[in-house]
Design a protein around this ligand. Structure first.
Ligand SMILES: *[C@@H]1O[C@H](CO)[C@@H](O)[C@H](O)[C@H]1NC(C)=O
Ligand SMILES: *[C@@H]1O[C@H](CO)[C@@H](O)[C@H](O)[C@H]1NC(C)=O
Ligand SMILES: *[C@@H]1O[C@H](CO)[C@@H](O)[C@H](O)[C@H]1NC(C)=O
Ligand SMILES: *[C@@H]1O[C@H](CO)[C@@H](O)[C@H](O)[C@H]1NC(C)=O
Length: 407
């Protein structure tokens, strides 16, 4: 794995530098459209409502569950593998013990199965050690997720990104396009406009071939959730050095957020099989950025729930299962872009009657775990009233860069 584990002093220094560069960098402003309650009592009520939403949105049961899973793997996971006939590859099992009841003997269940080459991947013992080291760093980063500034998380990722993108020392990009996967892109003819951006981010390995006129062809960063990484590893850890996870070309780096800690093993595996001709440039997102995105997504989902149902925000869980509610990959890519770009353009985020859910698949149903409508409200706020976006406004000196949402 290429996640950087920096000594705390260096992290602090980077944080400081990030904050400095954030407050010094010049930004342009979109016209602010004044809105909202007029009378003073309405304003007080709105402020109290906002404070409540912020407080409720800060809880992160889904994130806590991921941490509990990571802790369980660190304490109790084992790795065993069974060699194939002929010994060219092995079937690798990541296992956790479980009991059916308090008195039964523990059994092992496979958390993950992979087919891997025998020689390039370390033996079970060293592999487990490496996996545990990844888990330890992951847990450590999360212990700090509530400290420090929210937006520094974006900047921190930016530092890692600049190195990954081969521009160390150059933290910011003048123009960025984040390309969502909505079917509204079909027929929109935005390809050339998208490709003209300095940084083009694409999501979850969506195909571009055959759609260049509408979605463009350039990709600077492939942003995905770790399920995408896992399915690449399952399919190709054996056959493709560095895993076949690069529809945009092997040199294009990938950034993933970890939705299941077991996927850290997939990252190790793909890294272990990488070669100079088939590299595997990967960055795991900063835990603070994950936490920030979780809050923003919950806030907007609760706000939408309150305004649509008239029920109190605390009733939001009646509609959404807290443990599975999650921001979309697109939303995290957008938040990351706010930290590293002077100007951010969004394409392919949105819905329209008759438009496909994805431009590149025939998926009909939206995933219940995301609240897309709430995320669209977040993007609209970024464009027209960035100072109202919660959590991003909690760092002195940080201003949301100009954001433009295109259809
Ligand atoms: C990734 O692979 C390289 C060798 O190709 C190795 O030097 C590096 O330590 C690996 N990183 C991790 C986190 O395993
Ligand atoms: C590891 O397994 C032991 C024995 O089953 C259990 O008591 C403990 O809670 C587990 N550790 C974690 C962190 O889940
Ligand atoms: C616990 O599970 C074991 C084996 O699965 C079973 O034999 C035993 O009866 C169970 N005990 C209780 C108290 O349910
Ligand atoms: C909030 O949810 C509870 C059940 O959890 C329900 O009894 C109550 O009526 C809801 N509040 C409103 C205002 O609908």
């Amino acid at each position: 794995m290429k996640r950087r584990h920096l000594p705390p002093a260096l992290v602090l220094l980077l944080l400081l530098l990030t904050l400095l560069s954030l407050s010094l960098s010049s930004r342009r402003h979109l016209p602010f459209l004044p809105r909202g309650p007029s009378s003073q009592s309405q304003q007080h009520a709105a402020a109290a409502g906002d404070a409540l939403l912020r407080r409720l949105a800060t809880a992160d049961p889904g994130g806590d569950q991921v941490l509990a899973e990571a802790a369980a793997l660190l304490a109790n996971a084992s790795v065993v593998s069974i060699p194939s006939i002929g010994g060219r590859y092995r079937f690798l099992y990541l296992r956790l013990p479980y009991r059916t009841n308090a008195t039964s003997a523990p059994k092992q269940r496979a958390v993950s199965r992979l087919r891997v080459p025998s020689h390039t991947v370390p033996d079970d013992g060293p592999l487990l050690d490496a996996f545990r080291a990844s888990l330890r760093s992951f847990l450590l980063a999360h212990q700090h997720r509530h400290r420090g500034s929210n937006v520094a998380a974006g900047g921190m990722l930016g530092g890692g990104l600049a190195g990954l993108l081969g521009r160390p020392g150059q933290q910011r990009f003048p123009t960025c396009a984040v390309v969502g996967n909505s079917g509204i892109l079909l027929g929109a003819g935005r390809g050339a406009q998208i490709d003209a951006h300095a940084l083009v981010v694409r999501l979850n390995n969506a195909r571009v071939a055959g759609h260049a006129a509408d979605v463009g062809a350039k990709t600077s960063l492939s942003f995905a959730n770790s399920n995408v990484l896992h399915s690449c590893a399952v399919r190709s850890a054996l056959t493709a050095p560095g895993c076949a996870c690069h529809p945009y070309g092997r040199a294009v780096p990938m950034a993933v957020y970890i939705c299941q800690p077991a996927h850290l093993l997939d990252a190790l595996m793909c890294n272990a099989t990488a070669t100079p001709a088939s590299p595997f440039p990967l960055l795991v997102t900063d835990a603070r950025l994950d936490a920030l995105c979780a809050r923003v997504a919950r806030y907007y989902s609760m706000r939408r729930f309150v305004s649509e149902t008239g029920e109190p925000a605390a009733n939001w869980t009646r509609r959404h299962d807290e443990r599975y509610f999650h921001y979309s990959s697109g939303m995290q890519a957008v938040v990351m872009a706010l930290g590293v770009c002077d100007e951010v353009s969004l394409f392919g985020f949105g819905k329209a009657a008759g438009a496909k859910h994805h431009y590149h698949t025939n998926q009909k149903k939206e995933l219940d775990l995301h609240d897309y409508e709430a995320e669209y409200q977040f993007y609209r706020d970024l464009q027209v009233r960035p100072e109202a976006v919660p959590f991003l406004d909690e760092v002195p000196g940080f201003e949301v860069p100009p954001v433009k949402v295109y259809w």
